[in-house]
Design a protein around this ligand. Sequence first.
Ligand code: KG4
Ligand code: ZN
Length: 338
Amino acid sequence: MPAQISYLLAIESSCDDTSCAILKNDKVLSNVTANQKVHQQYGGVVPELASRAHQSNIVPVVHTALAQANIDKKQLTAIAFTRGPGLMGSLLVGSSFAKSLSLGLEIPLIEVHHMQAHILAHFIDQGQKKPEFPFLALTISGGHTQIVKVTDHHKMEVIGSTMDDAVGEAFDKTGKILGLDYPAGPMVDSLSRKGNPHTFKFPIPKAPNLDYSFSGFKTSVLYFIQKNVKEDPEFIKKNLEDICASIQFTIINILFQKLEKAVEQTGIKSVAIGGGVSANSGIREKLLSKEKEGWTVFIPPFEYTTDNAAMIGISGYYKYLDQDFAGLDITATARIPM
Ligand code: KG4
Ligand code: ZN
């Protein structure tokens, strides 16, 4: 713990959420996010519209975060921002804003890796039990599906990842086939709770060792729906809850088969989840049930699962402690390895 108190302003703009958080050391004082509804009508994020929305949202979001934290910008000690991975146009808005603010206030700039931040969200202090190193993290979002071996706040090794679609896409695309709005994940989740997960059976795709594959699963759902709708045009309407429950059940099985294998191979029984899809109730329940098998599990609070700046703030805080600062020549990067 540093003797000095840090007030960190963090910005997240990698996809379609504009978010700003203020942290006092490892505690969140405010975490304000503007969601972009504009993409719903297109069934997915439209990059050009996302960056324009970030441009209009960023100033009010930053103002609100400072006001809610009751902090003047002159009190800030550093600025953290998402460098990547993400949509280039979206990242550019957040990174340019962060660089200008750091230059204007003459305080250090800290670059943060978005997927590392989903993992480090577990270290935001809320008086809870925090993971001890080493631990495994299953990072599941709209863009990623990874099993990560975490040995330090900044040392992370991806030991398994998807070869095609991310798990969030599997939720969103199968939901779209059922006529659900984008992003369909939360809706599939809530409909699942009223359905029977064993009504319909979908195949588990094959992928090597700890890697994942979801594209075949998506196609099997598409063919299954097309075939049944041909026989009964009301098929989706009559079975929506059971279809969702069966889809979710299969996705959870796919995720956990490899996660169990990773625990077996590494001998690490401490497991955390992170990323937007970790809001899923079935995944949370399944992970909790693993405690009976001797796993120690870590589930983030809902507010820190989907994209948010608080997780960028906590990642920035650990870099701040190491005085690991970025120069003003740093650039946003759409793809960066862990
Ligand atoms: O981490 P995130 O906010 O953005 C990315 O970095 O991608 O994740 C968004 C993804 C979307 O695919 C969304 O459908 C999914 O998280 N998601 C869920 C749930 N809540 C959000 N998927 C399943 N069940 C949920 N409850
Ligand atoms: Zn994310």
